[in-house]
Design a protein around this ligand. Structure first.
Ligand code: PRX
Length: 675
């Protein structure tokens, strides 16, 4: 980095400083110190800005992180009652511009397909759907599965659940029928909200058909309590308005009359008034499934008050939110980034955001830039994989649009490589916008390590410093805390309000996964380095998780899908670097005797993964493996497989392998297309 570019970046800070919520490094340090030394005082003060139907009865933050001392738990604002939907939508009603203020600009797959939703309209639709849910028998604590594209009904459904104290479980619309079925059963969802279908670019996704397949699979299994399936006629509505006649084939799909009901019909008679359900601060808000290293997805459970406050203040400080901002988080609502920074964080702050159904490079590769210009976006939050994809198309599409409205950029989900960082900064941000590289997890609810726009000088590739309330530490393998410059396991020493409270239905797995290895600490599963200036650099996972386009996948989950193919004897899956996705899936497959890895078997294996998990997990490479490198105890050494996949001959110690000769064979048969 040149001195010149550093000073140019300093100028960027100085421009933001006069109006910033955290105007300089000293203020950040003071606030951070206070937040970790006196969390009661810090969060107690922030909580005053929210609505509580009844105040807390005990400590603001009460917890046990040490499994050796008993059950792990976190209570935030215990005894207080509130409603998160009320805090998002009703609380600010008195403000002069509330009625007309735009909550969302919605843009569909096609650029002409767009609408706006004001805060007052949003409240009405949410109340109507909350009444619909109540009329169908949904009560506080009941689980509702939501399997929708990014359309306004997704937001209405989630907030309606929150309003009546029901627990939403959103399943990303790219997941397969099998994945949806597993998630519905795991949390015994009693209702499903889905849509007829949607387009992603030119591809039609027949969502209702996938949902039907999922329900058909569920029916035969334990835990199936589904009462109704509400269908949004998303494509059907377009047809009725005379557009897109070509979609005729996907018209209304209410083919299971015993459970299918039409969204429009239910909403027609619903009242716009709906009294919120006042729930305990620790009442469950939602379940969101994330991959776990055992292969079975974990139903991460978040609760009302902590999630409300943490997403609200992280949105305010990380993006330095101001009332005239137009904010765009490009994440799908089906992931945690969408939950926290498309819905809860922006709405609690009364922000105007964009929700986008389509693909960022459809119908042309400048779609993202076109939308920034169209809506005059000031704050953009996206993923490194998106930046790398856009980089492939070069600067020309960017130059066609005016991106001068941008003030702050953000990214999350995976490490950002220096080339992508520099391109994001110089080309999209025109050297004028700081980049918030935010490190966090589904489990954390919001950023843990993150810059603040006007306060923390950036180092490209580092997520910089901990957010308020976050006390990180780096441990060695013996659990000893390392001081100063160090590299090791990244852990957190005390809770922050939006930490997950458990894995749904499995407290034991919750403790095992995050608290058992190092009692007294929350284990992130990431390795990390702290440099001489105290900056944190995330250096990779400690487990066998893959991070494909910013989404965590478990190698075991992909392996189980492949192992279901009748030709497969054994399989091992590892990550492999990918220029756009960051990492991709590389599979070593041992076939049964007499079988050969033909193109058609390879295609069938890929399809198997698509069917079982979804297209995001589709393997890029499938290699024939006459044998796999194993230790004497039978453990597959994935470290060696990762080297083979990358054609790296320096393998380190392989003396523990039963049959070291297998390594040479695997090198000779590796997929040549893998760089
Ligand atoms: O490995 C870390 C990586 O993504 C994981 C969490 O993924 P997920 O639960 O899907 O939540 C995504 C929320 C943004 C982490 O354990 N990760 C996330 N952000 C970063 C990151 N790695 C490096 N830098 C980041 N900024």
């Amino acid at each position: 980095m040149t001195t010149e570019s550093v000073s140019a970046r300093e100028l960027v800070y100085r421009r933001l400083q006069p109006n910033a919520h955290v105007p300089d490094l000293e203020t950040y340090k003071r606030m951070h110190r206070e937040s970790v030394e006196n969390p009661e005082g810090f969060w107690g003060e922030i909580a005053k800005g929210f609505y509580w139907n009844t105040p807390p009865t005990g400590a603001i933050l009460d917890y046990n992180f040490d499994v050796t001392k008993g059950k792990v738990y976190v209570n935030f604002m215990k005894g207080a009652t509130t409603n998160i939907c009320y805090n998002l939508l009703d609380r600010k009603k008195q403000e002069s511009d509330w009625e007309e203020k735009i909550a969302y600009y919605w843009e569909g797959n096609e650029p002409h397909d767009c609408s706006t939703i004001t805060y007052s309209q949003l409240l009405k639709e949410v109340c109507k759907f909350a009444n619909v849910l109540r009329s169908l028998g949904v009560q506080r604590g009941d689980r509702v599965a939501i399997y929708l594209p990014v359309i306004p009904e997704m937001i209405y459904s989630m907030l309606a659940c929150a309003r009546i104290g029901a627990v939403h479980s959103v399943v990303f619309a790219g997941f397969s029928a099998e994945s949806l079925c597993d998630r519905i059963l795991d949390s015994q969802c009693m209702l499903l909200v889905t849509a007829d279908g949607f387009y992603r670019g030119e591809k039609l996704i027949q969502l209702k058909q996938i949902a039907d397949d999922a329900l058909e699979k569920c029916k035969r299994k334990k835990g199936f309590v589904m009462k109704k399936c509400i269908v949004v006629h998303h494509l059907g509505n377009k047809l009725r308005s005379g557009q897109e006649q070509a979609h005729c084939k996907v018209l209304p799909l209410l083919c299971n009359p015993d459970i299918d009901v039409c969204w429009d019909v239910l909403m027609k008679g619903a009242s716009e008034q709906c009294e919120p359900e006042w729930v305990d601060a620790e009442h469950p808000l939602f379940i969101l499934y994330t991959s776990g290293s055992t292969g079975k997805p974990k139903g991460v459970l978040h609760t009302v008050a902590g999630y409300l406050i943490y997403t609200a203040i992280s949105f305010k400080y990380v993006f330095d939110y101001h009332a005239d901002d137009v904010y765009w988080c490009t994440a799908d609502i089906g992931w945690i980034t969408g939950h926290s920074y498309v819905i809860y964080g922006p709405l609690t702050n009364g922000a105007t955001s964009i929700i986008f159904e389509g693909l960022l490079v459809y119908p042309h590769m400048g779609r993202l830039y076109e939308m920034i210009e169209k809506y005059k976006v000031t704050k953009l939050y996206t993923a490194p994989t998106v930046i790398r994809m856009l980089m492939k198309f070069g600067e020309e599409p960017v130059r066609k649009f005016n991106l001068k409205s941008l003030k702050i950029l953000g990214c999350a989900g995976e490490p950002i490589n220096p080339e992508a960082w520099t391109w994001y900064y110089n080309v999209i941000g025109d050297g004028q916008c700081p980049i918030m590289d935010t490190f966090w997890q589904t489990e954390t609810g919001g950023p843990m390590i993150t810059p603040l726009p006007a306060a923390i000088p950036l180092k490209p590739g580092s997520a910089t410093f901990p957010f308020f309330g976050v006390l990180p530490a780096i441990l060695n393998e013996h659990g000893e805390e390392l001081q100063g410059e160090a590299e090791g396991y990244l852990v957190f020493k005390q809770p922050w309000p939006s930490i997950l409270r458990t894995i749904y239905g499995d407290d034991e797995r919750f403790e095992m996964t995050y608290f058992k290895q190092f009692p007294g600490f929350y284990l992130t599963g990431d390795r990390c380095r702290r440099d001489g200036d105290g900056y944190y650099w995330i250096t990779g996972r400690i487990d066998d998780m893959l991070n494909v386009s910013g989404h965590l996948l478990s190698s075991t989950e992909v392996e189980s899908a492949l192992a279901e193919h009748s030709a497969v004897a054994e399989v091992a899956v590892v990550s492999h670097p990918h220029p756009v996705k960051g990492e991709c899936v590389y599979c070593f497959v041992t076939l049964k005797d007499g079988m050969e890895l033909t193109q058609s078997i390879s295609d069938e294996l890929k399809n198997k993964v698509r069917e079982k998990i979804g297209p995001i997990a589709t393997p890029d490479f499938i290699q024939n493996a006459p044998g796999l490198p194993k230790t004497r105890s039978g453990k597959i050494m994935r470290r060696i497989l990762r080297h083979i996949a990358c054609n790296e001959k320096e393998l380190g110690d392989i003396s523990t392998l039963i049959d070291p000769a297998v390594v040479e064979v695997l090198f000779s048969q590796r997929c040549q297309a893998a760089a």
